[in-house]
Ligand binder design. Structure first.
Ligand code: SF4
Length: 368
């Protein structure tokens, strides 16, 4: 029986770059030669990722940044926290540039250092047992430094399991921020029951202890920050059911930033790199409904016409902040460098860098 092709979500940001703009980009790139390295995250629009020297997920790009030598500038086509991480991991004489300063991350914005310090005070007052703080890489440098100062680490979606296992060798309890879903999914996969986890709401004033009875911080094993990714949050538990009834045999492949109920219904769950590698390794004719950022899903569909690939949601789940990096902004930053100017340079102060480096090195030591 032949398989009907699956629909792919509408393409946004894949308009061909005009010949004039392509010429500007090529000329500036050529003039700068090996002085510049362009890193591009997999969720970037096609008309930007085409110009990246290296593509990857957060962990790949952090590792690449940590090995950078002999370049003057890293242009990071991603979001702000990724450029901060690159600045921490690159040698001090390398300048990291974000093409458009509006490219933030809604998840990273859901936890600021004052809120985390306040939560820490609530937790450490409530129990004498040791909490280990773990921050997802999708967070500000200040939170990474907080983890370095308090015996914790950074994790990515690729190595969250290893980092959480490590945390429980260091202390009895875990504070995981800013993504409650990655924390819940990872801890559950390690055999920790949902009833041993608690959500801390940073918008509940200090005197209300994150919305919980303070005694619970002594009793529960894991405290999850009330944060989420606005892209992956859009996949709902009904989507796997709809896709399975519509496309028999379809495999549901999702990112662990999706809600617990979605992950529980999936056939496979894993990081961006896992998703790419799984599709690459699958036989022709495999049907996939993928729960992650739609530029990546569309790119996989284009690169694997022998398979049938669609998004898990019936609408486009796009990272609208990453989308703010445009080919025009990239051309502007490159041309400025040709003229001897550098703007949108991301700099992490020395004290933050020192502590964040400790937490990031723990992450890199525990990579797969
Ligand atoms: S996909 Fe989600 S977590 Fe990733 S950069 Fe966009 S908003 Fe942040």
């Amino acid at each position: 029986m032949s398989l009907a092709p699956l629909p792919v979500s509408p393409l946004i940001g894949n308009d061909p770059v005009s010949p004039e703009l392509r010429e500007r980009l090529s000329a500036a790139r050529k003039a700068l030669g090996s002085r510049v390295l362009i890193l591009g995250h997999h969720y970037q629009r096609d008309d930007v990722i085409d110009f990246a020297d290296v593509r990857g997920d957060s962990l790949d790009l952090a590792m690449r940044a940590s090995k950078t030598s002999g370049v003057e500038y890293v242009i990071f086509c991603g979001v702000h926290f990724m450029a901060e991480t690159a600045d921490i991991l690159t040698p001090p004489d390398v300048q990291v540039i974000l093409p458009d300063m509006r490219a933030g991350c809604s998840m990273a914005d859901m936890a600021d250092i004052d809120q985390v310090e306040e939560a820490w005070e609530v937790l450490t007052k409530a129990t004498s047992k040791r909490y280990i703080p773990i921050t997802y890489i999708n967070s500000t440098a200040a939170l990474k430094a907080f983890c370095g100062r308090h015996g914790g680490a950074v994790c990515t979606s690729s190595n969250a399991r290893k980092v959480v296992e490590w945390a429980f060798t260091q202390g009895e309890k875990l504070l995981f921020f800013p993504d409650q879903h990655l924390g819940r999914n990872t801890c559950h996969a390690l055999g920790i029951g949902l009833d041993d986890m608690l959500v801390y709401d940073p918008h509940n004033p200090h005197e209300r202890a994150g919305g919980n009875d303070p005694k619970l911080y002594d009793q529960k094993k894991v405290v999850l920050w009330r944060g989420h990714c606005s892209v992956h949050q859009n996949f709902s538990p009904s989507h796997p059911d709809v896709l399975r009834s519509r496309y028999p045999g379809v495999k549901i492949l999702v990112h662990p930033e999706c809600q617990f109920e979605v992950v529980q219904k999936a056939d496979l769950v894993g990081s961006t790199r896992f998703i790419i590698d799984t599709v690459k390794a699958a036989p022709a004719g495999t049907r996939w409904a993928i729960g992650t950022e739609h530029h990546l899903v569309n790119r996989l569909a284009q690169e694997h016409p022998e398979q049938m690939i669609t998004t898990l949601a019936p609408f486009a789940c796009q990272c609208s902040t990453m989308f703010r990096i445009s080919p025009e902004a990239l051309a502007d930053r490159l041309e400025e460098l040709v003229q001897g100017k550098a703007s949108n340079v991301i700099r992490v102060d020395d004290e933050t860098r020192r502590w964040a480096t400790i937490a990031l090195e723990r992450m890199l030591d525990m990579r797969d």
